[in-house]
Design a protein around this ligand. Structure first.
Ligand code: GLU
Ligand code: MG
Length: 436
């Protein structure tokens, strides 16, 4: 059998697509690239290209493989190794294509480092639901829920280990057949690449057992939501975490406070990119432990940007693992695009020298409008349509994608809304569960 190496890009629809070459091609050395088509970026999740779109049938691009970002693992029961190489979308002369999500993220991170002298360390934490398992209901968070999926968790952690993704925790979550995985932090591009590889491996491993795994934000309307939580900290040139300052509110450094302020300010626009499906807004509702407001919280799981707890157990240094968690994201989002936009929003806060957002814990709905305003608590958009409106009316946010990027993204998302229809029901959730 000929092992295949697939050059992959994860597009605006959050779907990983690509083309394969014989893996033996690696032995020849040199750059590896394949053809690509601009209009692919206007593909909706339902496999129909938005019409009209800025691209039409003309133009050609290349997928250019990144040899430092290859993910190869032989999964138990698979006929051949899963072998992917993250790729940038480039023009025929090798210059980055203006809409390439990986290049967008790389340039946002480079600008952040240029402005601060620091590196962003990132980890994507994923929740997902297993479908068609035939497993009986088991209590939330229980050992039984963990053991009855055996050896799925064990195979998963072994695969992440083989992929050098530093597997940390496998969790039976709150929902029926809902699980969560956490992996180690890395630089931003690597973290987003890992998120792509992680989703593919989870889905493939489930498929090899005759199950399905979905990262859709809701597998059913009344089901528990699947979040993607993006953890971020700043590291100095020596790799030391410099995010924590015990003398400040929430122990957040002045720089991270300004970064947080930019994110909170632009969050109504950001969710158009980080919670990008119509059914994402079934999850972003109050009292779901997801996020429903522009809300900076200290260890509060209802907040949308959360200061995570740190432990001093065993004499651990609380500064080492200190990080902020962006919670208003889900598995329908392209990890590179989502993180790139969050970084741009945070960098905007740093550039403008914004003050830390006020910290809040409680229920924003119990506050008067004036108190909500004082604390910067605004209800997040309640539908994808509202989120796209917030995005298009935020001129700073539009700049992150550029005119063609905005036209392509918003056009594709409006087409997706039309194809999804007005009714957010279990049938629509099932459709998304089949895609994500
Ligand atoms: N499932 C929740 C969400 O939709 C998160 C629960 C948790 O804090 O782990 O984001
Ligand atoms: Mg969780």
């Amino acid at each position: 059998m000929t092992e295949l190496l697939t050059l992959v890009t994860t597009d605006y629809a959050g779907i990983t697509r690509g083309r394969s070459v014989p893996a033996s091609r690696l032995a020849q050395g040199g750059l590896i690239s394949t053809g690509w088509v601009p209009a692919n970026m206007s593909l909706t999740p339902f496999d129909l290209i938005a019409d009209p779109n800025p691209w039409g049938s003309s133009g050609d691009l290349r997928l250019l493989g990144d040899d430092r970002a290859r993910y190869r693992v032989q999964l138990p029961g698979a006929a051949t190794a899963t072998h992917m190489m993250m790729a940038d979308i480039v023009n025929l002369d090798g210059a980055p294509w203006a809409l390439c999500p990986r290049s967008l993220l790389r340039s946002a991170l480079a600008d952040l480092t240029a402005a601060t002298g620091l590196t962003l360390k990132v980890s994507f934490e994923h929740e997902f639901t297993l479908l068609d398992t035939g497993l009986p209901p088991a209590p939330a968070f229980s050992l039984r829920a963990l053991r009855q999926a055996d050896p799925f968790g064990s195979e998963l952690m072994a695969a992440f280990g083989a992929l050098e993704m530093e597997p940390e925790v496998f969790i039976a979550e709150y929902g029926r057949d809902q699980y969560e995985v956490a992996i180690g932090p890395a630089d931003g591009v690597t973290a987003a690449d890992r998120a792509v590889a992680l989703r593919e491996v989870v889905r493939e491993l489930a498929g090899l057992r005759g199950w399905r795994a979905t990262f859709a934000p809701k597998a059913a309307v009344a089901g528990v939501g699947n979040g993607v939580h993006i953890h971020m900290s700043f590291a100095d040139a020596k790799g030391q975490n410099v995010t924590r300052d015990p003398s400040r509110p929430g122990q957040v450094s002045a720089l991270m406070g300004a970064f947080a302020a930019g994110i909170v300010r632009h969050m109504p626009a950001l969710v158009a990119l980080t919670a990008p499906a119509p059914i994402s807004y079934l999850r972003l509702r109050p009292h779901n432990w997801s996020s429903a407001w522009t809300w900076f919280g200290d260890c509060d799981r209802e907040s949308s940007l959360r200061i995570c707890p740190v432990t001093t157990l065993g004499g651990a240094d609380p500064a080492r693992a200190f990080n902020l968690e962006y919670r208003a994201a889900d598995g329908c989002a392209c990890p590179h695009l989502a993180l790139g936009a969050v970084v741009r929003a945070g960098l905007q806060g740093i550039t403008e020298g914004l003050a830390d957002p006020p910290l809040f814990s409680g229920d924003p709905a119990d506050l008067s409008g004036a108190e909500q305003d004082r604390l910067g608590l605004r209800r997040l958009p309640e539908s994808l349509g509202e989120a796209l409106d917030a995005f298009t009316s935020d001129t700073v946010a539009r700049g992150w994608l550029g005119n063609l990027g905005v036209e392509t993204y918003v056009g594709m998302k409006r087409a997706e809304i039309a194809l999804a229809g007005d009714v957010l029901d279990d049938a629509l959730c099932a459709r998304y569960a089949g895609i994500y």
